[in-house]
Every structure is written in structure tokens, then in C-alpha cells.
Write a protein that binds this ligand. Structure first.
Ligand code: ADP
Length: 309
């Protein structure tokens, strides 16, 4: 059993400010921090911590930020197939004000260079049981990886975030789509024009699964909705906890879900396997929101089991 993640890796630079600066204004930060981030990096870490055998295909810079990301991934037990680019490691500058409002600027940097897949990378994807993708790397890469994984019989999972219009050909190679409510509404509007703002979450899940794939819509503290084509959606409960920071909750959910899905067998998952994996993932995500940060808050398999016991 094995999971391959193709995706982004960034260093997040977090500045706490009393208020986010207006155009032309300079403000002094009350504190600053840096931490590994990027959806690919977060999700592959969540797969490994949840007990999955995880391989990461990504591009980082030949710089100190890249060294730091690599060290974190090795510590999490990820098998690294990371390219060192001549562009700098991607960075996200995040300002967070006293009201927890944020403003973020991302420089994709080296992530932009992850365009063609090498023969070695293609072989790794073809040998995977589950392939996990997001939309922070160039769309051509996502499409290529999905095509290779699909042709080789891997279960192809796409977390369609950040959301953008998706080619029908890409969706035809995906087995499972994971989106939050906002992304679900946007994607349904793109694929079925009339749905913007009018459908409830169950309708959205059914509309998206009518594209011929399984769909999971995450619902924040309310858990998740799981839908396979032709069947009514199933609700998986969330876990009431004191949330202190929901950054990375969606990434933790995706990584934990894929690790559990991989343990439960291969091929296109049915509703029962998806519901079980989503129940596991809502526990992992509920644990993550109780701690600050994205990567530092991702729980281990032991912590997930303890919570469920
Ligand atoms: P995103 O972070 O991508 O917007 P969600 O907000 O839907 O996605 O959160 C993803 C998952 O994280 C949810 O399905 C749920 O399992 C968990 N989660 C998020 N917020 C909370 C919360 N306040 N309490 C408990 N679980 C949460």
C-alpha cells in the first residue's frame, strides 16, 4: 500500500499585527514566526503522521527554506522525491490581525517549475495505490499526474483547492473529489451554471457526483458529506472541540482520509469505505484545530486512535 502526493511546498512567514496595513501604510509586527506550509507539504505530512506510506513529488529552492522543508518532511517519515529548482522556495507572507483576520501574499517560486514529470516520477505515480493532488501547482502537472495515475489503476484523489475552473478531461481521471462548501458551490457553478448560491450542500454533492466521481464536501465543525454517483449523500459527524486555529484543517482531513483509504484496499472506493475513511479524517482534523499552526498541529496515528477510544 502506498500514497503518492504531488503538490506544493512553501515556507509560511507569519506576522502578527494589530491591524492589517492599508495601501501605502507600514505597521510594526507584534510578533513573527515561520513554519512549513503549502497544501502538498501539509497533506503529505498528514498522510505520514496518520500511518500512511507517503511519497512526495514537489519542487523547492536550493536554499535554507528548502533545507528546512526537507528536514521537516524527513522527520515526519515522508519518502522525498523533491526537486531542487534554481527558483527560490515558495513563500507565503501571512499577516494576522488581533481579530484573527488575515491577508496573505504567496510567491509560488520553485513550485512553478514543477511542470513536466520525469520518467522516474511517472513510474512512482504509476506504482501508487492512491494519488493525492491539489491545485497549488501548475494545472498541466495536475492533469499529467492524474492521467498517469488513472491509466495505471491508482485511486486518484483531487482536493480542488484553491478552486479554479477544471477541464472535464481532468475530472474524468479523478475517482474522488474533496472540496469545502465554498469550493463545492464554485465548482458546481462552473460545471452546471445555474447552481450558484441556490443549492444546499446535499444538492451540491449530488450535482458534483453526477460528473461520475465520488465527492466529499467538508463542512467545518459539522463534519463532512460523502456522495457517490446514484446514491443519496451520507453525513459524517464532526467532533465538537474548542478550536483555536483552523489553518490546515482541510489539509489534515485530506491526508488522514487518504491514509485510511489506502489501508482499506485498492480501486475505486465505495460509499462504505469512504464513510469510514471520512470518520477517521474528521477525528484527525478535529485534533488539528485544537492546536496552532498547520504542520505542527497535524496529529499522529496514536493520537487519532486515542481520541476514538
Ligand atoms: P477548509 O479548512 O478546507 O475550509 P473545513 O473548514 O470544512 O475545510 O474543515 C475541514 C475539516 O476539518 C472538517 O470536515 C472537520 O472535520 C474539521 N474541522 C474544521 N473546523 C472544525 C471545528 N471548528 N471543530 C471540529 N472540526 C473542525
Amino acid at each position: 500500500m502506498s500514497v503518492v502526493v504531488v503538490g506544493s511546498a512553501n515556507l509560511d512567514l507569519v506576522y502578527r499585527v494589530e491591524r492589517i496595513p492599508a495601501p501605502g501604510e507600514t505597521v510594526l509586527a507584534t510578533g513573527a514566526d515561520s513554519a512549513p506550509g503549502g497544501k502538498g507539504n501539509n497533506q503529505v505530512t498528514a498522510v505520514a503522521r496518520a500511518g500512511g506510506e507517503a511519497t512526495f513529488i514537489a519542487a523547492i529552492g536550493d536554499d535554507a527554506a528548502g533545507d528546512r522543508l526537507e528536514a521537516g518532511l524527513i522527520e515526519a517519515g515522508v519518502d522525498l522525491r523533491v526537486r531542487r529548482s534554481d527558483r527560490p522556495t515558495g513563500t507565503a507572507v501571512i499577516t494576522v490581525d488581533d481579530g484573527a483576520e488575515n491577508a496573505i501574499v504567496v510567491d509560488s517560486g520553485a513550485n512553478r517549475t514543477l511542470v513536466d514529470l520525469t520518467d522516474v516520477e511517472r513510474d512512482l505515480i504509476a506504482g501508487a495505490d492512491v494519488l493525492l493532488l491539489q491545485l497549488e501547482t501548475p494545472l498541466e502537472t495536475v492533469e499529467r499526474a492524474a492521467r498517469v495515475g488513472h491509466a495505471a489503476g491508482a485511486t486518484v484523489v483531487l482536493n480542488a483547492a484553491p478552486i479554479r475552473p477544471l477541464p472535464a478531461e481532468l475530472l474524468s481521471t479523478v475517482d474522488l473529489l474533496i472540496v469545502n462548501e465554498h469550493e463545492a458551490a464554485q465548482l458546481a457553478a462552473d460545471t452546471h451554471g445555474a447552481f450558484r448560491g441556490r443549492a444546499d450542500e446535499e444538492e451540491l454533492a449530488q450535482v458534483l457526483s453526477s460528473l461520475g466521481l465520488a465527492v466529499i464536501i467538508t463542512l467545518g465543525s459539522r463534519g463532512a458529506l460523502v456522495c457517490v454517483p446514484g446514491e443519496p449523500p451520507a453525513h459524517v459527524a464532526g467532533h465538537p472541540v474548542d478550536a483555536v486555529d483552523t489553518t490546515g484543517a482541510g489539509d489534515t482531513f485530506c491526508g488522514a482520509l487518504v491514509a485510511e483509504l489506502d489501508r482499506s484496499g485498492g480501486g475505486r472506493p465505495d460509499l462504505g469505505r469512504l464513510v469510514d475513511a471520512a470518520a477517521f479524517a474528521t477525528v484527525a482534523a478535529a485534533l488539528s484545530v485544537q492546536r496552532p499552526g498547520a504542520v505542527p498541529s497535524i496529529p499522529t496515528l496514536e493520537e487519532i486512535h486515542d481520541f476514538r477510544a
